[in-house]
Ligand binder design. Structure first.
Ligand code: PLP
Length: 399
């Protein structure tokens, strides 16, 4: 029983279904069980064990079976050597930064990133621990080149970037990093490994908020770091064990289950988001639409090169209206829910007002406030129909 492996000779969809699952050795069940145990039985003489060692069955913060199964699946989908799963995307980001960066190191990161990246690097690691930071618009690789210093250890980018959807060229930035002895990490959450695999494009690490597309059902949090074993061993030993952002076995199991349908869901997200972006673009009341799948998007050419088969399910747009009108529009939505997070089965929208603290880093068209819209996998006619009726109730006419 057991020992079925599904390597890279199998397609993405087959690996999404099978990798990490196997026949349970004890019962013959065709799904591996959830192991809700904090500890594993010790050997006859446990005194030689390293209580801070990772991987073996000792204590669930050091490594448990459900997290191991999920790691196998994510590593396979990302095309990486090894993977660490943690309690959230932010646990993955902080684990990566904590293990790789030391006092006096320099890190370059994208002006458009998840807010916790800005806080972790630019405020916490910078102010408390003396890590130097430079924030640049990484959608132009020349900006990255200019920011390099002799002590640059890490470049961290997010593409597409949350929340403006700007695009950075992974391969070009990986080349710049490696020419200067630095490492590149890519937050791949918006694309998911179905649409984009940073490691295949030359990045050293691909970070995911598993909370989003990979789980896909909005009911569990998790995060992953995928990359070379040589670095992941360090991150595991320093961050997983000592920062303690352990994923619960149940959440690892839920995410494992959600990930099975990642390819099918992503196909629908890609298709729905493109259709919604095109529809919004036709409306007179819409001030802008940012979606990398639109040909007039500034990063479309690079996105088309590195994202395949699609451009993901998240877009941004604004209304030619004042602050309160944006809120009134949202209050009329029925199918689409006003809530943070993204990559769920259901459509989610967030109004980001004109006072976002990093507004100065965003393109001009975002300056009157905008929506981040995570287009779900509902019938696209119902999503567009919901936008239409809400716009009309708000007093706009639609086409
Ligand atoms: C949500 C998100 C994160 C953080 O993940 P959590 O699971 O919420 O901790 C990181 N990066 C991006 C791009 C995200 O959208």
């Amino acid at each position: 029983m057991g020992k079925h492996t599904f390597g890279s000779e199998y397609g993405f969809q087959t690996r999404a279904v099978h990798t990490g699952n196997d026949v349970d050795g004890e019962t013959g069940a065709i799904k591996r069980p959830i192991t809700m145990a904090n500890s594993y039985e010790l050997p006859y003489d446990p005194t030689d064990l390293n209580w801070s060692s990772a991987g073996g069955n000792l204590y669930t913060r050091n490594g448990g079976s459900n997290q191991k199964y999920l790691q196998e699946k994510i590593a396979s989908l990302e095309g990486g050597e090894d993977c660490i799963v943690l309690a959230s995307g932010v646990a993955a980001l902080s684990g990566l930064f904590f293990a790789l960066l030391e006092k006096g190191d320099h890190v370059i990161f994208s002006s458009v990133t998840y807010i916790a990246v800005y806080r972790l690097l630019h405020e916490l690691l910078n102010n408390k621990f003396g890590v130097e930071t430079t924030i640049v618009d990484t959608s132009d690789v020349e900006n990255v080149k200019k920011a390099i210093r002799p002590n640059t250890k890490l470049i961290h980018i997010e593409t597409p970037g949350n929340p403006t959807l700007n695009i950075s060229d992974i391969r070009a930035i990986a080349d710049v990093a490696h020419e200067h002895g630095a490492l590149l990490s890519v937050d791949n959450t918006f694309a998911s490994p179905f649409n984009q695999r940073p490691i295949e494009l030359g990045a050293d690490f691909s970070v995911e908020s598993l909370t989003k597309y990979i789980n896909g059902h909005g009911d569990a949090m998790g995060g992953s770091i995928t990359g070379k074993k040589e670095y992941l061993d360090i991150i595991r030993a320093q961050s997983q064990i000592n920062l303690g952002g352990t994923i619960s076995p149940f959440n690892a199991w839920l995410i494992m289950r959600g990930a099975v349908t990642l390819p099918l869901r992503m196909k629908q997200h890609n298709e729905n988001a493109l259709a919604v972006a095109k529809w919004l673009q036709k409306q007179d009341c819409v001030s802008f639409v940012a979606y990398p799948g639109l040909e007039d998007h500034k990063g479309h050419e690079i996105a088309a090169k590195q994202m395949n088969p699609g451009f993901g399910g998240v877009l941004s747009f604004g209304l030619k209206a004042d602050h309160d009108t944006h809120n009134r529009f949202v209050s009329h939505l029925n199918v689409i829910t006003s809530a943070v997070s993204l990559g769920h089965d259901e459509s989610l929208i967030v109004f980001l007002g004109e006072n976002d603290e990093r507004q100065y880093l965003y393109p001009d068209e975002f300056s009157n406030g905008f929506f981040r819209f995570s287009v779900g996998i509902e019938d696209v006619e119902d999503i567009i129909g919901d936008l239409r009726q809400a716009l009309e109730k708000t007093g706009f006419s639609t086409k």
